[in-house]
Structure formats: structure tokens, C-alpha cells
Design a protein around this ligand. Structure first.
Ligand code: IMP
Length: 498
């Protein structure tokens, strides 16, 4: 006979945190959001830590190299999606690893014999007013000069004339060699009153441009997630089909962490794949999932998973529960897995971090997931709203939206994530739609982090470990849920309030 679990499947909306006593040393400025990413001896530090507990979903609509760069600069980690050829995913990893804060790959490039009118078009397209003139018009060609929008005027100069007639030639340009640091470059920008310093590699080929404004910009990110060589960290999703070819290519590209991406990770395939990765590449942290109960957590932890991702059916684009009747309320799933993680730690002395993936609708849900014992969260919808995500930004009557689609939708057709018995999706497990546009990730995430820190302060915690061990949560009734919201007629939206 089937086993009926008596406990009701609960969501984050059904819980609230009780404030704990706040000590005088406990303030947003003293809150430390570092959290472990990988399995480690309990009581010791994880070999790889996140500076803030946010990861972006392994989804085409979400984790682009641009988003990975922005998130790593804010202390989190992106997992680049695997529903693409191995060499493309490896190239995306390289793009993040090659990012040097303040060192910009020139995107506005022309040849010396290109016309000024073509240059105007290129500048309009990129929105940038400094162009590199290289022998072949590429970002890494031999640098012949720089031309800016201040070097010519349509009414004074013949726009059919060549760019070379108005550029500052390399012989008259300050430039630097490939080993210059950002602070050295910044010193030269000020000392020599430059707006832009080209950095050249061997034989005069352009490598990067350094602009004054980018140095100040870099100072805005004190908690960047970087490796020992100070390169931004990036993760990658993998699947149980082509991991034997994909994993070595990603490692070669410099990936920092891997995660098996499956809608149901409680499978022999995932255990075999985890065992293979840990046998051949023991150093690379590799996550498993997704699971929703302690039994499945223990199965993956015993198969070698360095962290375990929790969540089935709660994602904002997910219709797995409608289609297959499988899943569990995210709060119940996290609480059950956390209990198993703690039992595993007692039994083995090893701590396996947990990621709460999907279904985080409000900023405070992040705090609830962490208070319940998750070490970090993974979000799709949240990040899909930002400029750096992959979806197109589209105008609507009321503003802008961004496209967001599930990996199990017909648009993504990620059959590797969904075990439907072959190399295609037979039915959809995700939808394709829009999310409200939310601007720049840096600003949006700063706000979410500010809320998380103040919640932790109210709960008397300055670290996530303290938060997990001292948080007190209460279930809410329907009536108290109603009470949580504003209960007056709102000034700016009177028509929507009853
Ligand atoms: P969100 O943050 O609520 O949007 O959920 C994102 C999570 O949903 C991802 O990290 C995946 O675990 C999951 N997911 C992604 N695509 C699909 C889909 O098409 N169907 C079901 N779940 C999905």
C-alpha cells in the first residue's frame, strides 16, 4: 500500500520569522553573508565559499555570461546552462573567467579606411563614443589609433572620408603593456590626463581599454566572488547524458563549480554520474539534485554530491505538478532535507550544503529559506527581470517586461533535464512568458541584500550560521496572512483596493 506522509506540504507563504533579541553589536554593517558552497568537514571552512547566498538558475533565460559577471561581482554565483553545445558553454565560462574588472574588451571597432559615417553607425549601435581603429576592425586587431565622437563633426568634416583622417594615431597615443594592474592604469589615467588607456598585447594587438570611470565602478564591489588568481568565479550546469565529454571541457575553460541539472535528481543515473565526476575530478565541487526529501538527499550525499539542490514543482515557470502530480511545497522540502543533512553530519562528520531552488516569490522568502537551514538559494524569475539576463526587454502599455521561459517549455526543449524517455520532450513541464522588468542587477540585488541583512538583525544574527541555528519560525493562519498586508486604501492605486 502507498505510504501517506501525514505532514502537510507547506510553502514559504505559510511561515513568518519571530524577532529575536538584537544585541548592540548586531547591525546591517556587521552582518556577514558568507556561506559554504561545497562539502567540508563539519566545523571547518568550505574550500569554496559564496560571499553572498545567491545563485542564478541553470536556465537559458537567466544565466548569461553578463549576468554571471554581475552576480559574481556581488558575491554570488551563476550556473551557466548546459542546453547548448559543449564548446559554446565552455566559451561562456571563458568569457566570465577572462573578465578583468575595469579592463574592457572594445566593442566599438573600425578599420582605418572605414568611412566616418560607418563609424557613426557603429557608435550609435554600441552607445559608446570611443572607437578602436585596428588593422582588421576587430577587438584584438593591431591597434592603429583611437577615434572619439569629439574628433569629428558632421558639419565640419566629410563623413565619406576615412576614419584614419580623424583618429589619433598609435604613435601619439599613451598605451600600456599587458601586465599593467588596474590601479597602475588608473594612476596613469589621472597623471597623464587621459580618458582612455589602451592595453596592448604582443606585436601591438589590442587587448583591452581602461576608462577612468571603470576604476571607480570597481570600488563599488567589496564582496566579489573570485578564485585564487582573482578571476571571477562561475559555475556550470551539467546533465547525466554527456557529462564525460562536457565536464573536462568546462574544467579546461576554468569553471569553479558544477551542478547536475535535473527536475528529479533521485535517480541511479545521477548517482552514477556523480560517482564518475568525483572519481575523475575530485577537486571540483559538484552539486546534485533536485530533491524534496531527506531520503533523496542522503542518496545523493552518499553518491558524492558536494551540495544538494532542493525543489520540485515550485518554480514560477513550472507546471510539473500539474502535468505529473509530482513535487512538494518548498518550505516542507527544505525542512525535511535540512533534517537529513544534519543527521548526515552527525553520522559522518561532513557538512553538505543545501540550495533552495525555485519558488522564491518575495525577497523575504530568501530569508525564510536560509533561516530554515538552506545555505544558499537559486533563483530564476528573480534574475530574469534584470538587464543582464538573456530574455528580450519588451515594451508594454504599463512599462517594460522581460521574456522568461522554463527549461521544460517548448521554447527551451531541454530534454536532458526531464526524463521523458528519449532525446526529446514529449510534453511540456514549463511555460513561456514575461516577468516585470527590474533594471540593473547591481541595484536590484543590493536592495534584496539590504532587506536580508535587516531581517537577520531583527533576528539577532550577524552570520548565516547563527541565523540558521537561532531563528524561530511560526506558521501563519489565513487570517494572519491577510493581516500581513497593508489594510488601507492606497494613495496611488485606489481602484485596486476593496
Ligand atoms: P523560479 O526562481 O521560481 O523562477 O524557479 C527557477 C527554478 O525552476 C530553476 O532553478 C529550476 O529548478 C526550475 N525550472 C526551470 N525551468 C523549469 C521548467 O520548465 N519546469 C519546471 N521547473 C523549471
Amino acid at each position: 500500500m502507498a505510504q501517506i506522509i501525514s505532514e502537510v506540504s507547506r510553502t514559504f507563504n505559510e511561515f513568518l520569522l519571530l524577532p529575536n533579541r538584537t544585541r548592540t553589536d548586531c547591525s546591517a554593517a556587521t552582518v556577514d553573508l558568507r556561506t559554504p558552497l561545497a562539502r567540508h568537514i563539519a566545523g571547518e571552512a568550505s574550500a569554496i565559499e559564496l560571499q553572498s547566498p545567491f545563485t542564478s538558475a541553470i536556465m537559458q533565460a537567466v544565466s548569461t555570461p553578463d549576468l554571471a559577471i554581475a552576480l559574481a561581482r556581488n558575491g554570488g554565483l551563476s550556473f551557466l546552462h548546459h542546453n547548448q553545445p559543449i564548446q559554446d558553454q565552455a566559451a561562456a565560462v571563458r568569457q566570465v573567467k577572462n573578465f578583468k574588472a575595469g579592463f574592457v574588451t572594445s566593442d566599438t571597432n573600425v578599420r582605418p579606411d572605414d568611412s566616418l559615417s560607418l563609424l557613426v553607425d557603429v557608435m550609435r549601435r554600441t552607445g559608446h563614443s570611443t572607437a578602436a581603429v585596428t588593422h582588421d576592425g576587430t577587438a584584438t586587431g593591431r591597434l592603429l589609433g583611437l577615434v572619439t565622437s569629439r574628433d569629428f563633426h558632421p558639419q565640419c568634416h566629410d563623413l565619406d572620408g576615412p576614419v584614419s583622417g580623424r583618429m589619433t594615431a598609435i604613435a601619439d597615443l599613451a598605451h600600456a603593456g599587458p601586465d599593467i594592474t588596474l590601479s597602475e592604469a588608473n594612476a596613469r589615467l589621472w597623471d597623464e590626463r587621459l580618458d582612455c588607456l589602451p592595453v596592448l598585447a604582443t606585436e601591438g594587438h589590442l587587448q583591452h581599454l581602461v576608462f577612468r570611470s571603470d576604476y571607480a565602478d570597481n570600488k563599488r564591489y567589496p564582496h566579489q566572488g573570485v578564485d585564487a588568481a582573482k578571476r571571477l568565479r562561475v559555475g556550470a550546469g551539467i546533465n547525466t547524458h554527456d557529462y564525460q565529454e562536457r565536464v573536462p571541457a568546462l574544467l579546461e575553460a576554468g569553471v569553479d563549480a558544477l551542478c547536475f541539472d535535473s527536475s528529479d535528481g533521485y535517480s541511479d543515473w545521477q548517482a552514477q554520474a556523480l560517482t564518475w565526476v568525483k572519481k575523475h575530478y575530485p577537486e571540483i565541487p559538484v552539486g546534485g539534485g533536485n530533491v524534496v526529501d531527506g531520503e533523496a538527499f542522503t542518496f545523493l550525499a552518499e553518491s558524492g554530491a558536494d551540495f544538494v539542490k532542493v525543489g520540485v514543482g515550485g518554480g514560477s515557470i513550472c507546471i510539473t505538478r500539474d502535468q505529473k502530480g509530482i513535487g512538494r511545497g518548498q518550505a516542507s522540502a527544505v525542512l525535511d532535507v535540512v533534517a537529513a543533512r544534519d543527521a548526515f553530519r552527525e553520522r559522518t562528520g561532513e557538512y553538505v550544503p543545501i540550495c533552495s531552488d525555485g519558488g522564491l516569490v518575495h525577497d523575504y522568502h530568501v530569508a525564510l529559506a536560509l533561516a530554515m537551514g538552506a545555505d544558499f538559494v537559486m533563483m530564476g524569475r528573480y534574475f530574469a527581470r534584470f538587464d543582464q539576463a538573456a530574455g528580450a526587454k519588451l515594451p508594454t502599455r504599463d512599462g517594460f517586461v522581460k521574456e522568461y521561459w522554463g527549461e521544460g517549455s517548448n521554447r527551451a526543449r531541454n530534454w536532458q533535464r526531464y526524463g521523458q524517455g528519449g532525446q526529446e520532450l514529449i510534453f511540456e513541464e514549463g511555460v513561456d512568458g514575461y516577468v516585470p522588468y527590474a533594471g540593473d542587477l547591481n541595484e536590484g540585488l543590493a536592495l534584496t541584500i539590504a532587506k536580508l541583512k535587516t531581517t537577520m538583525v531583527s533576528c539577532g544574527s550577524t552570520t548565516l550560521q547563527e541565523f540558521q541555528s537561532t531563528a524561530r519560525l511560526t506558521l501563519v493562519s489565513d487570517q494572519s496572512f491577510q493581516e500581513s498586508h497593508a489594510n488601507i486604501t492606497l494613495r496611488d492605486t485606489p481602484a485596486t483596493v476593496s
